[in-house]
Design a protein around this ligand. Structure first.
Ligand SMILES: [Zn+2]
Ligand SMILES: [Zn+2]
Length: 354
């Protein structure tokens, strides 16, 4: 779809003759030629546009088709799609009300590391974000008042010439109404400058790795018109030495001695905000879990907390001396079989298979 006015691209009136069109094309093609603008992406695009405009306007048949169809003209000779029609309608609507197209500033991304302890309470994190902000010296226009000149093509209106309803943004000045003669020294004419900005980001309780926090209006400022982008802070919660996380629940492995598991004991265990003492009941088996309700993590954007699960791990004494081995063997051998009911049941089941 022709999203530029070809007459405006070449800077010629709609009734321009073939010679005038050719002359305008030659001077613009020279100005934007890639050989004279090495590595400049703007020049590259403009050169393509100038060529496209000339290809259409230099061909009498194509030109009259373009004059009839206006913005619905397809340079490849195709029929406009319903999408094209609605885009053109929207553009007319914008033009009718003199609205300028908004080109928002880029959104920015930043990853912040949050400890499990901070997840439990919520945190305020200091981040330094490299942003592009509007240049104060030229107020984002790319040049001071002396460095600007009224656009000779649109006479400062920012609109291209043409049938009233089909008017578009002036191509030569990108709808700004002025062209830059001497770019602002502070921003080299970009209108924006890079700045490291220190921000405080509020991290709510209960966040997990992958949560995206939006900080409105802290992305890049736009070049020219438009709204400032947003900053998206991506949360990363590294693994914890003691706690494993399952959603809002936490799981911690608690190694206990044979003795404590057998006869019970009060054991100090870690919680996310300190420690607490729990009773390991007599006869607790390896792998058994105890649950401390509401001692897990707060729910993200919700009420209440998850649970803390304690997984008891019976640690069997290792590297025993001869004397220790003898005492342990004497004790275990002295027990009747029903002190180890699972072992006894297992032995019976194996026996039956013989
Ligand atoms: Zn500036
Ligand atoms: Zn203009």
């Amino acid at each position: 779809m022709a999203d530029r006015d070809y007459y405006n691209v070449l800077g010629v009136p709609r009734n321009a003759g073939a010679d005038e069109i050719k002359k305008a094309y030659r001077s613009l093609a020279m100005r934007w030629h890639p050989d004279r603008n090495t590595g400049d992406p703007v020049a590259e695009v403009r050169f393509k546009h100038v060529n496209e405009a000339y290809r259409v306007l230099s061909d009498a048949e194509e030109r009259s088709r373009y004059d009839r169809m206006g913005p619905l003209f397809q340079p490849d000779g195709q029929q406009p799609t319903p999408d094209d029609v609605s885009t053109v309608m929207n553009r007319m609507w914008d033009n009718l009300f003199g609205r300028r197209r908004n080109t928002p500033g880029d959104d920015l991304r930043y990853t912040v590391s949050v400890t499990l302890e901070e997840v439990a309470t919520g945190a305020q994190k200091d981040v330094v974000v490299p942003r592009k902000v509007r240049c104060d010296d030229c107020r984002g226009l790319g040049a001071s008042a002396e460095g600007r000149e009224v656009c000779p093509i649109c006479q400062g209106t920012g609109r291209s010439t043409g049938a009233r309803l089909l008017r578009m943004r002036c191509y030569h000045c990108d709808g700004q109404g002025f062209v830059i003669k001497a770019p602002c020294k502070t921003c080299s004419g970009d209108g924006v400058v890079g700045r490291e900005e220190s921000l405080k980001v509020k991290v709510p309780p209960g966040v997990a790795t992958g949560v995206r926090l939006k900080v409105t209006g802290k992305g890049n400022d736009p070049v020219g018109d438009g709204t400032t982008g947003d900053l998206y802070v991506l949360v990363d919660v590294p693994d914890h030495r003691l706690f494993r996380r399952r959603g809002d629940d936490l799981l911690v492995e608690v190694p206990v001695t044979l003795r404590d598991a057998a006869i019970g004991a009060d054991v100090v265990v870690p919680t996310v905000d300190g420690t607490t003492t729990v009773r390991i009941p007599a006869g607790t088996q390896h792998g058994q879990q105890l649950r401390l309700a509401g001692r897990g993590l707060p729910r993200y954007r919700g009420a209440g907390r998850g649970d803390l699960h304690l997984e008891v791990q019976v640690e069997v004494p290792a590297s025993l001396t001869d004397a220790e081995r003898a005492r342990l063997a004497a004790f275990v051998d002295s027990l009747p079989p029903d002190r180890h009911p699972r072992r006894a049941a297992f032995e019976r089941a194996v026996q039956e298979r013989r």
